[in-house]
Design a protein around this ligand. Sequence first.
Ligand code: FES
Ligand SMILES: [Fe+2]
Length: 427
Amino acid sequence: MISREENQLLTQTGPGTPCGELLRRYWQPAALSEEIKPDGAPLAVTLMNEELVVFRDQQGRAGVLDAHCCHRGADLSYGRLEDGGLRCIYHGWLYDVNGNILEQPGEPNGGAFRHTYSQPSYPCREIGGVILTYLGPGEPPLVPNYEFFQVPEDHRFVSKIFHQCNYLQSNEGNIDPVHLSFLHRNLELTELDKNRRVNGSESSPNALFGTDLAPRIEVEVTDFGVRIFTVRDIENDKIYFRTSNFIMPNFTTFPGQTAAEGYSVNWHVPIDDYSHWKFVIVFSRKRSLDRAQMLRGRDELKANYHMIRDKANRYLQDRASMQSKSFSGIGHNFQAQDACVIEGAGKIQDRTKEHLVSSDKAIVAARKLLLKGIEDVKGGRDPVHVMRDSSANSFAHIAVISEVAPRSADIRSIVNQRIADQRSSTR
Ligand code: FES
Ligand SMILES: [Fe+2]
């Protein structure tokens, strides 16, 4: 349980709010590359309560501008993409990707003063199928060289999913390993389960989640956030252990579909305080992903990246299926199951009413880090994981592991060995 004040502190993300200022110290996804097709429409994006337009100019460059034209406020997402920039449909002012005013065609001499001001714009980098932007003050930090941004394009799949609740609920759901044994447990063998084996075992992750419902959880604070160790006892004196990570300030990495050869990322980006996008990135270090299969993961997603199962239709829960198909009765799609419980906690969960238990220790650790980050920003310091040093800008140590080992195994030394292996293969 936290106080009402702390709950507000961690969940308010608009400009000038303490957490909003913390989130603005990091690069954040604004859109998927696929959303701004060459010659496609500009995209209206609300990010942490700020209205923006994301667009691609005729040269293919992406830009992020304030949505409201600096002339008299028209919405630039309705603009024309032409003549090297984005043209407002109200009076035809033309902007480049950096907000420079290229033309003011309704003014004598094309606008003699147009170079003395500009459309507010934000630094923007297109990397790994994602448009990142920086809404903070001063010199932007380095874009972190995460592995998932570095692999070849066909080794990665990106998507996003709308959620009608505060970003922190999603984030806390992702760093909670116990719910895998309940919310996400299948009661039948699915096609996916048939084809998935945990490293060192003949069982699927889902089968192992059901073997020990009360795993041991340990956390370790790192230079990127929190590493979470989850250990389940299974048969034959073995353990199933996983590591996942909370990466400051608003994403998580976990084994997912490419466990052992990559990992999955859920990046929870506030739209406003009552809704957020979950940007999903899956990658493999070793192989190109089967794109047709990955796209099947979007079967329950509409074209606008909203889920078919939502609060209005009660996530299409099928209570009969709770006997034999899935614990939740919400099909086999983890995303829909997650949406039901995190949206179900309310638009902003009232954390003054919660009762945290020992298995919530990762959530406690993540909240402490966020509160520390808020204090750092207030004190004029960079919070943890803001990258300024290029020699430290590599992340082989975001270890994401899912494997079966003997009960006597020293899991920390296995993790350290995996990190060392990963470091040497990326050198
Ligand atoms: S409001 Fe955009 S050009 Fe006038
Ligand atoms: Fe989940």
